[in-house]
Design a protein around this ligand. Structure first.
Ligand SMILES: [Zn+2]
Length: 441
């Protein structure tokens, strides 16, 4: 008799959402070496495999883990401090706050963000860049989350002294982070142009060159404010994406966060160069509604992000609901087209869209399929609002929230089991956060 193949973990007897977000009932998901090895009944899998560990999947519907394609670890302690604030929030609140970050604040912020993300069903994230990122990298490597980290890169005149630096120093900071952490656990390091108008042309070119040399991505906040568009129109007679294209930095390894105010020619550039974008619905609602139906129609990869805890927390379930409402009001209602942004499309953006932004395989990762990254969450069906569902994907989008995520796995490792985080000490982190608030906030 042939020897059986040894696998790592079986999610036993569960329901799951397949690659079309259709509900499949009563199957087991087998995981080996961080990837999904097979999906079948436990009895059938037993014929070919043995496994070391089991997780009871009954009472759950499993789906791909969510990916927060744009967040700010460094703004975790600003929660609840910017709602209804007058503009410019970036210069009035964010920048002064970030200039006072310390290693201690960054470590605590990362621990709080990791706990919040795991509970919210987020298994992957892209941090847009801040300071003392090595503190965050240590925490995230321990958390088991999949993530891309960046150093905040700006060389604008007039920044607070604690964060002022020239282009060469700014890029060197990311080089150092890259050398130390890229490839450690599930961590990658991306280069980041913080806000484009805070970066000189030298800095943009240098960061792009280093990102390409290290075969990693370059990210930037893009086309978020009218002032930013006007800045480049006045100086270069070009819109922001046109300007970056002129510099030769656009390509499949460029991630443009927000990407709200896009012209026809910019959308064509995104399509032609294979640029990836990401929207942050709660945060974006103060600025503009993106042209997402058109972007998706053109085959552009779109992910969803939270823009950090200061903009409504780190729940992508919340972002997906807001996004659905904004898309329908903006693009669906004028055309009397209720399905302008179906639940399945939004779920695909938050899962496989994000995985592609994290370097995943477009046809595989972010799906529950053999060969895909085993980044999986289990939604608790033992809720009154999950007991009856017309279509499970619709019900997950409309009714499930961060508090309904029971299990979470990333690269096959169990991060949370029956609501208990396995990789970090949540009670201790909570006490630490309360103590920080009582003593410093
Ligand atoms: Zn941002």
């Amino acid at each position: 008799m042939d020897r059986k193949i040894e696998a790592d973990l079986l999610l036993r007897d569960s329901d799951y959402l397949d690659e079309d977000f259709e509900l499949v009932e009563g199957k087991s998901i087998l995981i080996k070496d961080g990837r999904i090895e097979g999906i079948d009944t436990a009895e059938s899998l037993k014929e070919k495999y043995t496994w070391r560990e089991e997780l009871d999947g009954s009472g759950c519907v499993y789906m791909p883990g969510l990916v927060d394609s744009h967040m700010h670890t460094g703004q975790q302690l600003l929660r609840g401090r910017i709602l209804d604030e007058m503009p410019m929030i970036w210069t009035r609140v964010m920048l002064p706050y970030e200039s006072t970050l310390t290693p201690e604040k960054m470590g605590l912020s990362a621990r709080m963000a990791a706990v919040e993300m795991i509970h919210a069903g987020t298994t992957g994230f892209i941090d847009a860049g801040s300071y003392f990122m090595e503190e965050a990298a240590d925490v995230y490597a321990r958390s088991g989350l999949r993530g891309a980290l960046s150093y905040s890169t700006m060389d604008q005149e007039g920044l607070p002294a604690s964060i002022a630096m020239d282009a060469r120093t700014a890029v060197r900071k990311t080089d150092e982070l890259y050398k130390e952490f890229h490839g450690q656990e599930n961590i990658k390091v991306y280069y980041s142009l913080r806000s484009l108008i805070s970066c000189s042309e030298d800095l943009i070119l240098m960061a792009a060159e280093r990102a390409a040399g290290n075969h990693t991505m370059l990210q930037a906040h893009m086309n978020e404010y009218p002032g930013e568009i006007n800045f480049y129109m006045e100086r270069k007679q070009l819109r922001p994406y046109e300007y970056l294209d002129r510099l030769g930095v656009l390509g499949p390894d460029f991630l443009g966060a927000h990407s709200l105010l896009l012209s026809e020619s910019e959308i064509s550039l995104l399509e032609e160069r294979g640029v990836k974008v990401c929207h942050c619905p709660f945060s974006n609602c103060g600025k503009a509604a993106p042209r997402t139906p058109e972007l998706l129609e053109r085959g552009i990869t779109v992910g969803l992000g939270t823009d950090g805890a200061a903009h409504g927390g780190l729940s992508l379930f919340q972002e997906m609901k807001i996004f659905r409402s904004v898309m329908n009001l903006t693009w669906g209602v004028p055309l009397a087209e209720p399905a302008v942004m179906p639940a399945r499309t939004i779920l695909a953006m938050a899962t496989r869209g994000g995985q592609v932004c994290l370097g995943g395989e477009p046809e595989k990762d972010g799906r529950l399929l053999p060969g895909a990254r085993a980044d999986i969450i289990g939604i608790d069906k033992n809720r009154i609002y999950m007991a009856v569902y017309g279509h499970m994907a619709n019900t997950v989008l409309e009714s499930a929230g961060a508090g309904d995520v029971r299990d979470s796995l990333c690269a096959g490792k169990v991060l949370m089991r029956d609501y208990r985080i396995q990789t970090l000490d949540e009670e201790e982190i909570y006490r630490e956060a309360v103590s920080w608030k009582n003593n410093f906030a």
